[in-house]
Design a protein around this ligand. Structure first.
Ligand code: ADP
Length: 742
């Protein structure tokens, strides 16, 4: 049953700043009836009440029930959500704490789109566009907030980054952790930190209590409930809040981040804080289930396994379009940008042949790397007599909800992050989805009316799927996560509150790697280099390389950025199958080839592409280089250059001639991050790794394929039919020795 709440609280105008213009308010008023109809509003008073009494709220609700957009607005007017001056005893100063609500999202796109939508609903300008804006967002390289920001959407990574400066997150009265079911590594870290911070702030640290709402589309709430309750166990053991208020010792105050002092935050250097204590109760966690309105969805399977799901999706799209009445849009789940784009061109091509009496089709791609404006188009209603065909990646599974969808086509696969090698990078592999993901996908069809779901796989394949996604923390490289934790003062990694504890060997391996890179000291604490690495948006190895590049004797930041940008993108050279094409490509790329190896070849490619002012697309085609991949490279490059300019390690250098001296500096620099990825030539002509003494062959995709040199360094170690080194350059044994400190 819907509860009607006092008008003053509900009206968007009451939340909008007086100074904003009326068109914004008019738009907010027009959206209000749509918002009010969302299932979450029937639970608004329960949500408010729950968080008045308790500190943690677990919210489960169907995707599209209004959690992400409405819950921050429901909570923004709460009495506990006010900024308060708190006096820091030793510092003899008063600071304002609280008043702001953070809401974390796993994806950059979701953070920005949601902030835009909520600003619209509240009738306030967005982010940094106006000092009066009440809604903002913060994602990597893009912080768009104002002094008045009350609701801030941010990626999980950005919240972790904010903890570097403010371990108790004092500007926030509440943190809402959204999309917890996705279970990426960062959300697991956020949950662990939130558990500590919520319990710690209850004891007076940080000035005022912190409210935490954890939101998920799928129920795993018992586990989360006991996870958070356990956080309060040690502190509720005989700690008197009154006593605590004046008795917080320096070490207790810095209990979460023992490195407050290292970070030099003015208000957190072991100072006592006089904050109002929240009342303690035995149970700290409230739970709320939001019932969705799910209509029945009929499931159709293929009788036989499908070989080419893009082709099958194409046929199914037209079958639905011809046979099913309007209205009813189609949402197709594909694996990534490439499959979305190929189906997009196929559907558009075949649609040209449709007769005039058949309704039109409007094909709309939806994937993370799509520009903002194009993403926004999926939310706009289709013109009359037109069916929307939305081609999406798993971003439409739970992150983004589009109304009007009645038909789902599910290819049954997704790109899943997997740690690919012992010392290499995480990579995205196309894998079958989990049952829980298949159910989510199906559910997108039944939000407004009965729907249909076409699974492009057999019923048996569905039954064979894993029940749910494996949390990323159990299947990926942990060195970055550990560095993140160490930089926030967590020294005892083993006892960190993980929702799922990663395997001990994985933790040890990551600790060893960080030590070898110089990010940790021999006592296991974070070093100055480690602190710098933690601030970089790169894998630990690449981060180490970038830091080394700024050393005066190496001095090659600009060139290292060019190479790193390429390594962050899958493959910039087109994969050619025919021998004839391969030869043609080889001669076209001759001018880019460097005998030192692939790192320098990548540098030559980026520099040549960047210098091309006339037609980069044609340049890429001529050199058998992927234009789209190069655009992605240029994007990463721009962001990294901006960050290095900010930290003064890059001083606006122009491209230099790549002399043998510069090439040597670059390779020595890469060895600082990749010394363990090196191998030496044996008398029999094979290569054996320096660490582990394993046989490794140079991958055929490398420019050094078939070459015999003293020693090699490689970007990654891949195993197909045998062990291969990919992204290979030639190095000298004494450089490796130098980098390994032997
Ligand atoms: P949940 O978090 O429960 O999945 P959301 O709060 O994201 O739900 O979405 C609630 C509703 O708001 C959805 O039905 C969707 O149609 C609408 N909505 C969300 N974001 C946008 C947007 N950027 N533009 C238009 N409508 C949106």
């Amino acid at each position: 049953t819907k509860q009607s709440l006092p008008k003053s609280r509900l009206s968007p105008n009451s939340l909008a700043n007086q100074s904003v213009q009326s068109p914004l308010k008019a738009r907010a008023n027009a959206l209000w009836p749509l918002r009010k109809a969302l299932p979450v509003w029937s639970r608004a008073s329960e949500i408010r009440q729950g968080l008045r009494i308790k500190d943690i709220m677990l919210l489960v609700g169907e995707t599209g029930s209004g959690k992400s957009t409405q819950v921050p607005q429901i909570l923004a007017g709460e009495p506990w959500c006010k900024s308060r001056p708190v006096t820091l005893e030793n510092a003899k100063q008063t600071v304002n704490v609280g008043g702001c609500i953070a809401i974390t999202e796993p994806r950059r796109v979701a953070a920005i789109t949601l902030a835009r939508r909520v600003a619209e609903e509240m009738g306030t300008p967005l982010g940094a566009s106006s000092p009066a804006s009440r809604v903002g967002y913060s994602v990597r390289f893009d912080n768009s907030t104002s002094p008045c920001t009350k609701i801030k959407f941010l990626t999980e990574g950005m919240l972790l980054q904010e903890m570097l400066l403010d371990p108790w997150l004092k500007q926030y009265s509440a943190v809402i952790v959204d999309e917890v079911h996705e279970r990426g590594v960062n959300v697991d870290l956020v949950l662990g930190f939130m558990r500590n911070i919520a319990a710690g702030r209850l004891e007076g640290r940080g000035g005022i209590p912190l409210k935490v709402a954890v939101m998920s589309a799928t129920a795993e709430m018992e586990r989360l409930g006991s996870f958070f309750e356990e956080g309060y166990v040690p502190s509720s053991n005989g700690v008197d809040p009154e006593e605590n208020e004046s008795d917080v010792s320096e070490s207790e105050w810095s209990g979460i981040s023992s490195s407050d002092e290292e970070h030099g935050t003015a208000d957190s250097k072991g100072k006592h804080i006089n904050g109002k204590q929240a009342e303690k109760s035995c149970a700290h966690v409230a739970t709320c289930h939001i019932e969705g309105r799910q209509f029945p969805v009929t499931i159709n399977y293929t009788p036989e396994p499908v070989q080419d799901f893009v082709d099958a999706a194409l046929r199914t799209t037209f079958k639905i379009h011809y046979q099913e009445p309007m209205p009813g849009d189609i949402l197709v789940f594909l694996t990534g940008q490439e499959t979305v784009e190929s189906l997009e061109s196929l559907v558009n091509e075949y649609a040209l042949g449709m007769s005039r009496d058949v309704p039109k089709m409007l094909v709309l791609p939806l994937f993370a790397a799509l520009p903002q404006a194009a993403q926004q188009r999926v939310f706009q209603p289709a013109p009359p007599r037109t069916r929307k065909i939305i081609l999406a990646t798993n971003i439409a599974e739970t992150s983004v909800t589009v109304s009007g969808v009645r038909f789902i086509i599910d290819c049954g696969k997704a790109k899943i992050k997997q740690f690919r090698t012992r010392i290499g990078l995480d990579s995205l592999l196309v894998k079958p989805i989990s049952k829980s993901a298949a159910i989510q996908r199906k559910g997108r069809a039944g939000r407004e009316a009965p729907g249909q779901c076409y699974r492009l796989y057999t019923e048996q394949s569905y039954l064979d799927l894993e029940p749910r996604n494996t949390p990323e923390i159990l299947r990926s490289d942990l060195s970055h996560a550990i560095l993140t934790m160490k930089a926030r003062g967590v020294d005892d990694i083993i006892n960190f509150p993980f929702l799922d504890h990663p395997p001990r060997e994985a933790l040890e391996k990551a600790l060893m790697q960080l030590f070898q890179l110089g990010a940790l000291t021999d006592t296991g604490t974070i070093s100055e280099i480690g602190q710098q690495m933690a601030k970089l948006p790169l894998t630990v190895s690449l981060g180490r390389v970038l830091i080394a590049a700024a050393e005066p004797e190496l001095d090659c930041v600009s060139e290292v950025i060019d190479i790193i940008s390429c390594l962050s993108v899958e493959n910039i050279f087109l994969n050619l199958t025919s021998e004839e094409k391969k030869e043609e490509a080889q001669s076209a790329r001759r001018e880019l080839y460097r005998r030192e190896g692939d790192h320098l070849t990548l540098l030559m490619t980026v520099q040549a592409y960047a210098a091309e002012n006339a037609d980069r697309k044609a340049w890429a085609e001529r050199h058998f280089v992927s234009h789209r991949a190069m655009q992605a490279v240029m994007d990463v490059r721009k962001q990294l250059r901006a960050q290095c300019q900010q930290s003064k390690s890059l001083k606006g250098e122009k491209p230099r001639q790549i002399t043998p001296e510069l090439a040597t500096s670059l390779l020595k620099c890469f060895l600082k991050g990749f010394a363990t990825n090196s191998a030496r030539l044996m008398p029999d002509g094979s290569y054996k790794t320096i660490v582990g003494n394993q046989t490794v062959a140079i991958h055929p995709s490398s420019g050094l394929f078939g070459k015999k040199v003293e020693a090699i360094m490689y970007n990654e170690f891949v195993f197909t039919t045998k062990s291969y080194a990919r992204g290979v350059s030639t190095v000298q044994m004494d450089w490796i020795g130098g980098a390994l400190g032997i």
